[in-house]
Ligand binder design. Sequence first.
Ligand SMILES: [Zn+2]
Length: 115
Amino acid sequence: MSGWQSKEEFKARVREWAQKLDVNVQVISMRVMKNKWASYTKNSGLLIFNLEVLDMDKAVGDYVIVHELMHSIAPNHGKLWKSLMRAHLGDYEKLEAELGKRGAQEAQRHSLLPS
Ligand SMILES: [Zn+2]
């Protein structure tokens, strides 16, 4: 279990996956995102990641990368998407759960409502 050393390391990983999965990626951007971990625009090949991904375990980062890249092939989370995720990441539901936990913590932290 280890995290990312830098943005550059993460971006290099994204390029590796993009090549492996044959997905058009032109620009990789990392920024603060409030409601999601990543977004991908197929036409321009623009891929944006939430900066918080850098604080996460590498395996979870891989999940976020592959999840987003797969949307260039399968737009929703249907059967095709699931089988592709399994083919490339194996037990991806475990990583999904990990990310879900993290998301819940973030939501709590950012909550402005009194508890
Ligand atoms: Zn998705």
